[in-house]
Design a protein around this ligand. Structure first.
Ligand code: FPP
Length: 211
């Protein structure tokens, strides 16, 4: 979800205003995705590298995550099950504050009965850390390191391989996001900043599956 900061700067607003708009747009796109019968939607909300951002910006983004995970009634109306992936809260180096942990746990519990789209937010997430974790878990369980062992020990083993990767705001790079799961995925890169990504453009991204 790139481009919140640039979206705000173009309007003479603080970066935090861009993140607020980004959260609203995310909620709108979740509603849209449900109408398109998407089974799995996964977003990169905050990376293991994002902690170095200015403290006020980090605090603001944490507050937005608390807010998003608090939108349980809306998610239940949509029959959406929310999930989270990231460094386990008790693992060395993990930094998710208690109040965000609580919001995540509650949202997962209170939407666990839903049978529609699974909406996963990556928070305090890094793909390389996830792969190290998966290999380490497999080793501790005495398993032979194999592709299926790695799959089984990813943070969210139930997530299927990615069909379409969407990256906004003109970034033509792959970042530290689901590196294992995106092998073979189609990619849709757009100049549109995240706060302006529309449902119609999400449809265009999905349409590359038919090519
Ligand atoms: C990247 O854009 C965006 C982020 C690091 C944060 C993403 C957060 C949101 C969309 C808000 C809420 C989301 C959730 C899941 C609650 P950037 O800040 O790097 O923007 P820039 O590239 O223009 O500087």
């Amino acid at each position: 979800m790139d481009g919140n900061g640039r979206w705000a700067a173009r309007r003479g607003l603080p970066r935090t205003a861009g993140h607020t708009e980004g959260e609203e747009n995310l909620a709108a796109l979740v509603r849209h995705a449900v109408t398109r019968d998407i089974g799995w939607l996964t977003v990169f909300g905050f990376s293991t590298e994002n902690w170095v951002r200015p403290r006020t910006e980090v605090r603001h983004i944490l507050g937005l995550h608390k807010k998003l995970f608090g939108r349980v009634a809306e998610l239940n109306d949509l029959n959406v099950r929310i999930g989270w992936m990231g460094r386990p809260f008790d693992s060395p180096g993990a930094r998710t504050p208690k109040y965000v942990q609580q919001a995540i746990r509650k949202a997962i519990r209170d939407t666990s009965h839903n049978t529609g789209m699974v909406f996963t937010v990556a928070f305090d997430y890094g793909s390389r850390a996830e792969l190290v974790h998966a290999a380490e878990e497999a080793r501790l369980a005495g398993e032979t390191i194999s592709e299926s062992a790695i799959w089984q020990h990813l943070y969210q083993p139930e997530l299927p391989p990615v069909d379409v990767l969407v990256r906004t705001s003109g970034e033509l790079r792959i970042s530290n996001f689901m590196l294992w799961q995106i092998a073979g995925a189609r990619a849709y890169f757009t100049d549109t900043p995240w706060p302006e990504l529309s449902g119609a453009e999400l449809d265009a991204a999905l349409a590359i599956l038919d090519r």
